[in-house]
Design a protein around this ligand. Sequence first.
Ligand SMILES: [Zn+2]
Length: 107
Amino acid sequence: MSFIKKIFHTKNYLCLYLNDGRELMVPAEFLRKACPCSLCRHQPARQKAKSLKVLDEDAQIASIKKIGNYGVQILFSDNHSTGIFSFDYLYQLILSNEFCKSSIKSR
Ligand SMILES: [Zn+2]
């Protein structure tokens, strides 16, 4: 899927420019929690809750790497980088979150 025209990041947000002219911002801590890698997906719930508490204040985006037209790999400030966010997944995440939805701006 190639509805994303441009993608960049700040410490606290992943910013997406869509082909239809909309811009949107996804908070880093939200992405960190939604990391789709098997490590994060299969963490025991208790351990996860504990680590998320720490991450709430800490999670920032250190760098991103585009994976073709498919998605983006995000290196977080806690050195976690195994999650690849496909654009489809990102879009689903955005639609499932009120803040992200409300951040969508038309130009
Ligand atoms: Zn992960």
